[in-house]
Design a protein around this ligand. Structure first.
Ligand code: 5GP
Ligand code: ZN
Length: 113
């Protein structure tokens, strides 16, 4: 399958990996939008939030657990962070393999643009 993040999971393209287990991989975003910006993704290819199935619940449930562990390692858990999952065009999704953005290290604004 021609998916950028599947290639990243397969180590066919390089990434700065922060965490990896059998279900999940987390890595630094290549174009950080904040002093801390990493992505947490399931290794399984799921295109969008709309495609998550009941049987994916355990894997998807690991994403925020991994996100908060890395946030703690990066010492932004207390100052805070923003978690974002973009879905489809209006959501601003550009890579069609679901991913949780974790952004920190500056004051986020609300609402997002
Ligand atoms: P989206 O716009 O789909 O929510 O987010 C895609 C994210 O993937 C963007 O923040 C973008 O910078 C990041 N990204 C795109 N290509 C690569 C890549 O090859 N490596 C890494 N580490 N991040 C990427
Ligand atoms: Zn994929």
């Amino acid at each position: 399958m021609d998916c950028l993040f599947c290639k990243l999971v397969a180590k066919e393209i390089p990434a700065t990996i922060l965490f990896e287990d059998e279900d999940v991989i987390a890595f630094e975003d290549i174009m950080p939008q904040a002093p801390v910006h990493f992505l947490v993704i399931p290794k399984k290819h799921i295109s969008t939030l709309n495609d998550i199935k009941e049987e994916d619940a355990a894997i998807i449930g690991k994403l925020p657990i991994v996100a908060s562990k890395i946030a703690k390692e990066k010492k932004v858990d207390q100052s805070g962070y923003r978690v974002v999952m973009n879905c489809n065009e209006d959501g601003g999704q550009t890579v069609y393999h679901i991913h949780m953005h974790v952004l920190a290290g500056k004051q986020m604004t609300w609402p997002p643009g």
